[in-house]
Design a protein around this ligand. Structure first.
Ligand code: HEC
Length: 170
């Protein structure tokens, strides 16, 4: 109960502060689809951190960050597989390590209770998008359509970026 109260308080505070901020800087925030260089130039110049702090129990925070690092490893392995034309391998990596099949491995049900709704949705979007990529990559193993696979991988990366732009754990 207490925790739920704390989390809602944090959400309310963040909502209030982002309202205040958006009054000052209407164009600046939450552009997950922005191209790389513009986005990084902008975040390098940012002096405030208006991401919402989400509080997890310590063990879960450590575990989540380890999962995150594994997500990044997986993206690299997917790119490597694509570069070698190994679409089946790219597909399997995405589905098993990031896709809907990975939910249990990541203890998604347990973690979800600590997440604000928007963060849960961002997580679901990521898992869905990984499973979509897995399908596109499977098709590419027959059609050789590299461009579609790369476009789908870019959409998957954007789901990582979107959540990172809005939430933090520390
Ligand atoms: C549902 C939200 C969400 C999604 C989706 C998500 N992340 Fe994260 N990720 C986080 C949060 C929150 C942090 C902690 C950031 C902080 O506290 O500054 C994080 C941190 C990380 C870190 C740093 C880990 C560390 O040791 O500090 C990496 C790397 C990372 N994420 C990679 C990814 C990749 C790659 C994807 C997509 C395949 C992804 N994440 C998708 C929420 C998410």
């Amino acid at each position: 109960m207490n925790k739920i109260f704390t989390v809602s308080a944090v959400v309310l505070l963040a909502a209030a502060s982002s309202l205040a901020l958006s009054a000052d800087e209407p164009e600046h925030r939450h552009h997950p689809h922005m191209a790389g260089s513009a986005a990084s130039a902008q975040s390098a110049g940012a002096m405030t951190d208006d991401r919402l702090l989400v509080q997890y129990p310590e063990m879960l925070r450590i575990h989540t960050l380890a999962n995150m690092r594994d997500h990044l490893v997986t993206l690299g392995q997917i790119q490597e597989a694509l570069s070698m034309g190994d679409f089946d391998q790219a597909s399997t990596l995405a589905e098993q390590r990031l896709g809907m099949s990975s939910l249990e491995m990541h203890g998604a049900a347990e973690v979800a209770q600590y997440m604000p709704k928007g963060m849960q949705e961002a997580g679901t979007a990521m898992h869905r998008s990984a499973s979509q990529f897995a399908t596109v990559a499977k098709d590419a193993s027959v059609t050789g359509d590299v461009k579609s696979a790369l476009a789908s991988l870019a959409r998957l990366s954007q789901t990582c970026v979107a959540c990172h732009a809005a939430y933090r754990l520390q």
